[in-house]
Design a protein around this ligand. Structure first.
Ligand SMILES: C[S@@+](CC[C@H](N)C(=O)[O-])C[C@H]1O[C@@H](n2cnc3c(N)ncnc32)[C@H](O)[C@@H]1O
Length: 247
């Protein structure tokens, strides 16, 4: 399937389901049952920083940085419905970032060599052409600018818990795009190896400063009970975070 056809399928999903994802997967959370920005402090002091979020969704991570006095905030998202929700939510909180409706793969007028920090919370995995997206992100950053992103860990998709047993149901090496039905609609995603992200970052001119794969132990028990997701999070990372610097 061509990249543009994949983007259109995913765009339809996000436009139809934006409301049900309102406020989920946003800073200080990097992912479910994952250590948060409150412990990691990867962003440091963002006061006065010029920042861009890729796949900004409902704008909750933008609000997180606005509240911490970021100097200028931009958000890009594929879904106009997500951006409508973000605009309303942020305006209600008296924040007015610049919001752009476009695919992260596309040229969309974002200035080059302009941002101190580009970040993305659970959106980079949707990129149809990872190398192209990372080159674009590098072009938006000033020299020494920071790129931080989180996404689902590939091991999470490879391993299932069945009758108390962990089973490898999918090859870690299989990076093919595959359809999934979510909320009765089709989405398309690949399961990329960690080395694919690392190599795409280095070829775009980043050096990696940090990679985090740490479960948040405090989230594992709910009323003394441990559910299957928590059992999995005890054994393997469900998400990962990278922090890289443009050289
Ligand atoms: C899990 S949500 C991110 C939520 C966001 N971090 C927040 O704070 O609300 C993923 C977002 O990625 C966007 N997305 C998916 N594919 C995209 C693409 N190719 N280009 C830009 N955004 C995309 C979706 O529209 C969706 O809003």
């Amino acid at each position: 399937m061509k990249n543009n056809a994949i983007i259109q399928i995913n765009k339809r999903y996000w436009n139809a389901n934006a409301d049900s994802w309102f406020g989920s997967t946003a800073l200080p959370e990097y992912g479910v049952k994952f250590i948060t920005e409150n412990e990691l402090h990867l962003f440091g002091d963002v006061a006065g920083k010029v920042m861009l979020e890729i796949g900004c969704g409902s704008g909750h991570s933008l609000k997180f940085h606005a509240h911490r006095k970021a100097g200028e905030l931009w958000g890009l998202d594929l879904s106009q419905k997500q951006l409508d929700n973000a605009k309303k939510f942020l305006a209600e909180n008296n924040y007015f970032p610049k919001l752009i409706c476009a695919a992260m793969e596309d040229e969309c007028g974002i200035p080059k060599n302009y941002f101190d920090i580009v970040y993305s919370i659970y959106a980079i995995g949707w990129a149809t052409d990872l190398n192209n997206v990372f080159h674009r992100i590098a072009s938006y950053l000033k020299k020494d600018g920071i790129f931080i992103f989180s996404w689902k860990h590939p091991l999470h998709s490879c391993v299932i818990l069945e009758d108390g047993e962990f089973i490898f149901k999918k090859s870690y090496f299989d990076e093919a795009w595959y359809p999934q039905i979510v909320d009765d609609m089709e989405i398309m995603l690949p399961n990329r190896k960690i080395s694919t992200y690392i190599n795409a970052m280095t070829s775009a001119g980043f050096i990696i400063e940090n990679m985090v794969e740490q479960t948040n132990e405090c989230t594992l028990q709910m009323n003394g009970e441990i559910d299957d997701k928590s059992r999995k999070a005890q054994k393997l990372p469900l998400s990962f975070v990278f922090k890289a610097r443009k050289v």
